[in-house]
Design a protein around this ligand. Sequence first.
Ligand code: SF4
Ligand code: SF4
Length: 424
Amino acid sequence: MATDYRPMWESIGIDLEAHDQILQVLPPTYGEVYLQQENRPAGMEYFDFVVNEIHGLRIQELQEHKANGGKVIGTFCVFVPEEIIRAAGGICIGLCSGIEIGVTQAETVLPRNICPLIKSFMGFKLAKVCPYFESCDMVVGETTCDGKKKAFEILNDYVPVHVLETPQMRREKDKSLWKGELQDFMARVEEITGVKINAESLSRSIKEVNGKRKVLLRLAELRKNNPSPISGKDCLLIEQIAMYDDVDRFTKMVNQLCDELETRVKEGKGVQEPGAPRIIVTGTPMAIPNWKIPHIIEGSGAVIVAEELCTGLRYFENTVMEDGADMEQMVGAIGERYLGVNCACFTPNQGRMEKLVSLAKEYKADGIIHCSLAFCDPYMIEANRVEKVLKEQGIPLLKIETDYGQEDSGQLKTRVEAFLEMIR
Ligand code: SF4
Ligand code: SF4
């Protein structure tokens, strides 16, 4: 018999009625997007289980951690160093914001025309529907874009928020500012957890988080094979789960999946029809359960071979140097690694253009689809640069702007199909 988690949800302040709405939407959506795929690797069973227990077992683990004196810290951006949270014994949770929930409540404190990701996280908090959010002792914000920066001021009225000032350039003075921000962040994490970080705990934590990134990189490498042994939708799901699952267990399960995929590659087994177009998606993050565009792309007969997204390569392509001899050097190495994230909040952001061109070659992609959330100025404006560079290189590009609603799905499918037809 399934465990009844309602008493647990109630004890952490969840609005059970509003929460029921999510529970009604998620399983059928997941069934349609994920469980009907053909040739799925057996190793995906673990990730299906994680989604099935998304508000159950993992929340129970967080509550047990808290009952033992541990703290839970929520984040919204891949700039927040998990290594530091973990070194203080905290659990770092990427809060999802990938669904339209609590819009009415969010619009009481935010303008209507704002990025859906920001509206979603405010809605989750105000509608009290996310047990991860309600488990957080502190949330970490950043100054990556104006919308988020201002929204975090409001969010701080409902949950303690620590805002990291993230640089927008990569000059020496920006690097020093960032390092100072990381030192302050470390002090705040120590204060909230009551645990002093030392060289030993930080070094261990760097290695553990690197281990998670390396296994995701192993998975990414396997997708360079033609045919790809796994679908893009399944990989996106794994990349989304990486943000909140237990680090060691997740690393082990992805490694097991990769062993299976290696066998598939040796046997020439793939997930798509021979000759299916190979696509890279790029743009704004696709937070769980936002699978809309990948579902349309793969449902139109293509296979996604890489995500140049924060729920994708930007999260794991770089690791932290492990040779830091003391705290000073380790914090420097953490700072260096995170400044390598090609977010559109940087100006200029040439690294992202170069990365896209090299990814297209490495992954033998036939085309790139740029997906931007509505009202996201950084990515929508940067799409112009992306278009220019890819055109020069002869790499086909389709630009999409969308939100979390399903109203435009038919129109998007028509555009994606036309693009795939063109590049076939
Ligand atoms: S796109 Fe930029 S702001 Fe958004 S999660 Fe990624 S790094 Fe953070
Ligand atoms: S998607 Fe764009 S507007 Fe929305 S939070 Fe990220 S960077 Fe800001």
